[in-house]
Design a binder for this molecule. Sequence first.
Ligand SMILES: [Fe+2]
Length: 196
Amino acid sequence: MERELTVTEVEKGNLAEQLPPINRISDSKLRDLVLEVWATLLRESAYHDINEAPNFTSELMGDDDETLVRHTNTVVKMSEAVAREFQQAYGINLNHDTLLAGAILHDVDKLLLYGRQGDSVELTELGRKVSHGEYGALVAEQAGLPQEVVNIIASHSPTQRKTLPASIEAVIVGCCDEATFQSYRLMTGKGLWMKP
Ligand SMILES: [Fe+2]
């Protein structure tokens, strides 16, 4: 049985404004499920405004803060660009809706796993208990997102995942996320991040 969605039209409008690639998901049911997950976790989070949500813990990035919204939009657009080039090079068709939904949701669990404490960003109590990516994948699965999208979320973090990428779309999102993270570190003078 399909679950009834809780996301309101106002929430949909606000989310689509901050995360415009949502509008490019052509399947309206998939688009609503993506909106449902973002709206649900935002409601449960400590943030009144989605732009308050941080993307990195201070352990990873020090004082150089980045918003979850800008990071997500960057990873989505990079993933679309890489997918477009790969499709052209090899004459294949990737699933654009799956790629978009997975990229838009890949870090959504950070709304609950990372929290601001004064000037620093730390793991929340929940963030210390669960794995980033795996937790978002669980929420997405419970909301009814397709397995291909759930896999992109679960497999995107090379250091946190217990699940490997199962599709080209998942490989592309994971690589673009890593490229964004490491490039952001180099851009802000941090040097390449290596797992301690
Ligand atoms: Fe990310």
